[in-house]
Design a protein around this ligand. Structure first.
Ligand SMILES: *Cc1c(COP(=O)(O)O)cnc(C)c1O
Length: 792
């Protein structure tokens, strides 16, 4: 356990042997490394104990191509329960812990919500002492770093390992060999401890790094052909070089498939090796191993397990198939067609011929089963795994897995009744809902210590950091002026902190007395940042017409990365930055509204933004956002939502009360109906909704300049003209514009009544219990994996 004297000595020793440096001369980055390693020394024995304990029984494994972990130092100290202690010890050494924390690179091994969910699940499983290990890939470059140049998004490589990662340990001796058609790879595991909160259990995130069998060809090197000598090495290492942005098209498709296969194959070989050490017959594999497939990215693990069982373990196909069916389960994260993974057969067969062969066997088996069930020709064609030269990974997953889950109640219902209805009718027993969650350690205790302390004072315990449901007890204070004021004070403090941070990061001064209206999430048309932008512009024009309009001051804050190949998303970023320039430089409106697009939104920026928000923007087209988890982070930090009845928003207002949030817009059934009858005509709204044409036309009338890229015209056309197979205004922005504006007016009115506003904040915060990822992961454990907690 923690010992002050040893800890200080460890820091000095590590600085000495790693950098040849003394504390007084060490760089901040070096101090960060040494402190982190000294903390590793505190936890490593418990970590090994946990591994050994889990090893003896049944375990679950989370296979995910993404883990959006963020920084580890602060979180680890909180979970170890030594944050304040370490802060004090460090101050004795003249080190400011907060400064050191800010030196850590975010581990950005994910794109957005899906990867962040995986990270929250890791934290929750450790906290609940659940034997869950995460498997993933150690990308040398995580999600790109975003900058703006003249309002356009610029992308920079994110070399997160440049200063070495103190939190991972290379386990060279547990290397596995993975065979691809034309090359053999050494998959080297790096383990990162996942520290549970208020427990000694320490779980593991195991990430694979690709290496060549031989580092370089020595004979070529001797012949002075240096480039050629390292070519093979580079080609092998390319596989885990970079995280794929979620839009990537044909280019690099082979590499993407190789990544997925490396993850699947290396992880399975690791499990099989561990299992064989138990000396139990292989048919019992599922009694000891449960694997969750996080979306379709790791689904190639299904045919890979069959391949290993048949080709390496000598079972027959039926035995292998039965093992698979009891081992795997699948989480669906989206109904967006473009995100349901399909592989082109010639490409797939080229890279993974044997795996392709196995998929054809599974595909035939399914067709037999469908015909046996007397499904119509149409349905059979619809459900074929291999169809028209495409392999449907989602269909493969649903067929081979014992459960399929959606990530929020509405999403699961849409899967059952629409998107996956054919499958639901065939296998109703497979379908489950697991509403997403967030970890209260990172999203409350770490990012909002002020609020955490207040809650501890009120409750007389810290238990709510595990059991958020306890917060419900605070409903009795709903009319307590003093408590409500204290909550507003804390919000003000967090707003001031954000103001300072934004001043440094963005060189923009914002007004802490304005409403902080925040939309932070990946940039995607379905998330409708454009609807937010149109409303801001409309408000601006109304203010210009009527300068005495009595509105609360507002700061509209955006944070979002657009996938590098997603032209229209990048156009929307440029458009919002142009709007910001226009509004922020107009002295006539006297700073009543301001627009800030913060750059490089990531987990660490989020930790500053969520607690400082007055309003959470969750305005996706109903039916499109599977769950959302950003919405939950705002809620827990006492922030009302303006949003549609989409994803987990539905459950958020169920918990916190419709009257404490601002719900607007078409419902998912209504949208579905309009699509079905083809009855939506956006032009009608464009012509008739007051003020709408005025803002939409700024895309083409010269109000804003897109440097002749055609970007703004492209947005305009997407809203009003049919674009190939895509309908105009596919995301129903015009349809919801007027209702959104009305909801925003309600926000403005409601905010004027401070006391009432505080009550809304209060009700959201105290009712966030359902969205604890501890609840989510314990449902996976009970209802899918059937595993128990094992405390060391
Ligand atoms: C929570 C989170 C997300 C997911 O946000 P949504 O609003 O649910 O899309 C994405 N990125 C980061 C950095 C997050 O912390």
């Amino acid at each position: 356990m923690f010992n002050k004297k040893n800890f200080k000595e460890d820091i000095e020793l590590i600085l000495k042997i790693k950098y040849g440096n003394k504390l007084e001369n060490a760089l901040e980055e070096e101090k960060f490394y040494a402190i982190s390693k000294a903390i590793m020394n505190i936890l490593i024995d418990d970590w090994n104990k946990t591994k050994n304990k889990y090893n003896k029984g049944k375990e679950a494994y989370y296979f995910s191509a993404e883990y959006l972990m963020g920084r580890a130092l602060g979180n680890n100290l909180i979970n170890l329960g030594i944050y304040d202690e370490i802060k004090e010890v460090l101050s004795e050494l003249n080190i400011d812990l907060n400064d050191i924390e800010s030196k850590e690179e975010d581990a950005g091994l994910g794109n957005g919500g899906l990867g962040r969910l995986a990270a929250c699940f890791m934290d929750s499983s450790a906290t609940l002492n659940l034997p869950l290990t995460g498997y993933g890939l150690r990308y040398n470059y995580g999600i790109f770093e975003q900058a703006f140049g003249d309002g356009f998004q610029l992308e920079k490589a994110n070399d997160w390992l440049k200063n070495d990662d103190p939190w991972s340990i290379k386990k060279e001796d547990e290397t596995v060999i993975v065979n691809l058609n034309n090359k053999t790879i050494r998959a080297v595991p790096y383990d990162t401890p996942i520290i549970g909160y208020d427990t000694k259990n320490t779980n593991t995130l195991r990430l694979w790094e690709a290496h060549p069998i031989e580092d370089f060809d020595f004979s070529l090197f001797n012949d002075q052909e240096y480039d050629k000598a390292v070519e093979k090495k580079n080609r092998a290492e390319d596989i885990t070089r970079v995280l794929y942005p979620n839009d990537s098209t044909e280019k690099g498709k082979i590499l993407r498939l190789e990544q997925q296969y490396l993850l699947a194959s290396a992880s399975l070989k690791d499990l099989i090796r561990k299992f064989k050490n138990k000396n139990i017959d292989i048919s019992n594999f599922p009694q000891y191993n449960k694997i969750q497939l996080n979306d379709t990215h790791p689904v190639v693990a299904i045919p890979e397990l069959i391949r290993i069982l048949i080709d390496e373990e000598g079972t027959d196909f039926d035995t292998a198939w039965n093992i698979c069916k009891q081992t795997f389960s699948y989480t669906n994260h989206t109904i967006l067609q473009e995100a349901l993974e399909k592989w082109y057969v010639p490409l797939f067969r080229e890279v993974l011929p044997r795996i392709y062969e196995i998929i054809t066997i599974i595909s035939e088996k399914l067709i037999d089963e469908l015909k046996h069930n007397e499904l119509s020709e149409d349905k059979v064609n619809n459900m074929k795994i291999i169809n028209h030269d495409l392999i449907h990974m989602a269909w493969l997953a649903i067929y081979a897995c014992h459960t399929v889950n959606g990530v929020a109640a509405l999403h699961t219902e849409i899967l059952k009744n629409q998107e996956l209805n054919n499958w639901y009718e065939l296998y109703p027993e497979k379908f489950q809902n697991k509403t997403n969650g967030i970890t209260p350690r990172r999203w409350l205790a770490l990012s909002n210590p002020e609020l955490t302390n207040f809650l501890e004072e009120l409750l007389g315990t810290k238990d709510f950091i595990k059991d958020l449901d306890i917060l419900k007890k605070l409903e009795k204070f709903i009319d307590d002026e003093e408590k409500l004021n204290k909550l507003l004070e804390i919000k003000k403090e967090k707003k001031l902190q954000l103001k300072e941070y934004i001043k440094i990061q963005e060189s923009i001064e914002i007004d802490e007395n304005s409403i902080f209206d925040i939309q932070i999430k990946r940039l995607h048309e379905y998330k409708r940042q454009l609807l937010n932008a149109f409303h801001i512009l409309d408000l601006y024009y109304r203010l210009k017409e009527n300068p005495s309009m009595n509105i609360e001051k507002r700061t509209f804050i955006f944070g979002a990365k657009a996938a590098p190949g997603y032209f229209r998303a990048k156009a929307i970023i440029k458009y919002i930055n142009e709007i910001a320039k226009l509004i922020n430089n107009d002295e006539e409106i006297k700073g009543k509204i301001k627009v800030v697009f913060v750059h490089n939104y990531n987990v660490s920026y989020g930790e500053k933004l969520f607690p400082a928000a007055d309003l959470s923007e969750q305005i996706s087209t109903a039916g499109k956002e599977a769950s959302g988890t950003g919405n939950m982070k705002f809620m827990l930090n006492a922030t009302p939502t303006i949003g549609t009845l989409d994803g987990a928003n539905v459950e958020i207002v169920e918990e916190a009360g419709m009257e404490n949030n601002f719900i607007f817009g078409a419902h998912s059934e209504e949208i579905e109906e309009m699509k079905k009858n083809d009855s939506y005509n956006p032009r009608e709204y464009y012509e008739n909704v007051k003020g709408l044409k005025r803002v939409v036309d700024t895309l083409i009338d010269g109000t804003f300049d897109d440097n002749s890229t055609g970007m703004f015209r492209n947005i305009y056309d997407s809203l009003l003209n049919t674009n190939g197979w895509e309908r105009p205004d596919n995301y129903f922005i015009f349809k919801d514009f007027d209702d959104y504006r009305r909801a925003q007016e309600h926000v403005d009115k409601a905010y004027k009544d401070k006391r009432n506003w505080a009550k809304k904040c209060w009700m959201n915060m105290i009712n966030a219990g359902k969205f604890n990822s501890d609840r989510t992961i314990s449902q996976y454990a009970k209802e899918i994996w059937n595993i128990d907690s094992k405390k060391i």
